[in-house]
Ligand binder design. Structure first.
Ligand SMILES: CC(C)=CCC/C(C)=C/CC/C(C)=C/COP(=O)(O)OP(=O)(O)O
Length: 298
């Protein structure tokens, strides 16, 4: 499919709207903003921000500290989500992925580029404000995710950035407290396993279009069955580590493994978007396990 020529970006659109000029065939300002929100991959962006914020509460941070973590992580997720769609736009157009705002909604690449730059510019000071020296850990996590977007996604190492970025996230949240406590070792392990599992679940609905457009990451090389199994094994391992990692064992934490296992079973059976949603639900249960166990000094 030939790539649709970009419409005016948000700045130009604003000027046109204020002057009462209509450009037929291109979305209005509100349509552009909605497309921009969709381009950031809103579901994982919100989920990861909420998970990190919950972990910040569990680590004993103050309300201000929690807000700082939430802002830094939100900015990081926005840069990752937007840059992903920006870098992939030609491939997405070739694959006729009209659900992508840069392909099907006439969203201008320049708008996404400016939004990506603004989020990146905000992410650096916000990470330092939220974590002091540990803010660098969050910036490395974001850089690793950019590595995925910039090309690792099409190599056998595609799961690596997910594992690294998600393993570093709790280190940033816990170690970034003003008293710099050590992060319990099981916590980055659980997060890295869940992040890698989410990668395999996320790619499942796109395997066919990826094959056509030459994206050969690890899930594409393993195929649908191998990817579903990899996702399930990684998610199950992450859940077990999250349930058994905290020093104080409790029966209900073990019981919470049952719904996590049921949702992991959904990942094994589905190939559509619901597989990724089930993976996020597994991660949500695991975050709840960690939050109730607590990860900070008591
Ligand atoms: C803590 C932290 C910074 C974590 C981020 C880790 C990470 C590697 C995220 C990638 C997110 C993303 C936009 C994936 C889209 O993948 P895709 O291009 O395979 O899927 P798509 O074609 O559907 O957009």
């Amino acid at each position: 499919m030939p790539e649709r020529s970009p419409g005016p970006d948000i700045g130009a659109r604003l000027v046109l709207e204020v002057s009462g000029v209509d450009v037929p065939g291109w979305p209005g300002l509100r349509g552009q903003l909605a497309a921009l929100v969709r381009a950031c991959h809103p579901e994982p962006t919100v989920a990861v921000t909420v998970f990190a914020s919950a972990l910040a509460v569990a680590s004993g941070r103050t309300a201000g500290g929690v807000a700082a973590v939430a802002s830094a992580v939100l900015a990081g997720q926005l840069t990752v989500g937007w840059s992903n769609d920006l870098f992939d736009r030609h491939r997405d157009a070739a694959g006729e992925r009209t659900g992508k705002p840069l392909v099907g909604d006439g969203l201008a690449p320049r708008t996404v580029a400016v939004a990506t730059g603004a989020a990146l510019a905000a992410c650096v000071p916000l990470s330092v404000a939220a974590g002091g020296p540990a803010g660098a850990t969050h910036l490395v996590a974001v850089a690793s995710a950019w590595g995925y977007n910039l090309g690792l996604k099409a190599t056998p190492l595609s799961a690596g950035p997910y594992a690294v970025s998600f393993a570093l996230l709790p280190v940033f949240v816990v170690r970034g407290r003003p008293d710099r406590p050590a992060t319990p070792r099981w916590l980055p392990l659980a997060a890295g396993l869940l992040g890698a599992g989410a990668h395999f679940a996320n790619v499942l609905p796109d395997l066919e279009v990826d094959a056509r457009t030459g994206v050969r990451g690890l899930p594409q090389r393993l195929g649908a069955t191998g990817s579903r199994r990899s996702a399930a094994v990684l998610l199950a391992a992450g859940s077990v580590v999250a349930a058994l990692g905290p020093p104080r064992r409790s029966a209900w934490r073990l019981a919470a493994l049952a719904p996590a296992a049921a949702l992991t079973g959904c990942v094994l059976r589905r190939e559509d978007r619901s597989a990724f949603r089930a993976a996020m639900a597994v991660a949500a249960i695991d975050v709840a396990l960690v939050v109730t166990a607590g990860v900070g000094p008591r």
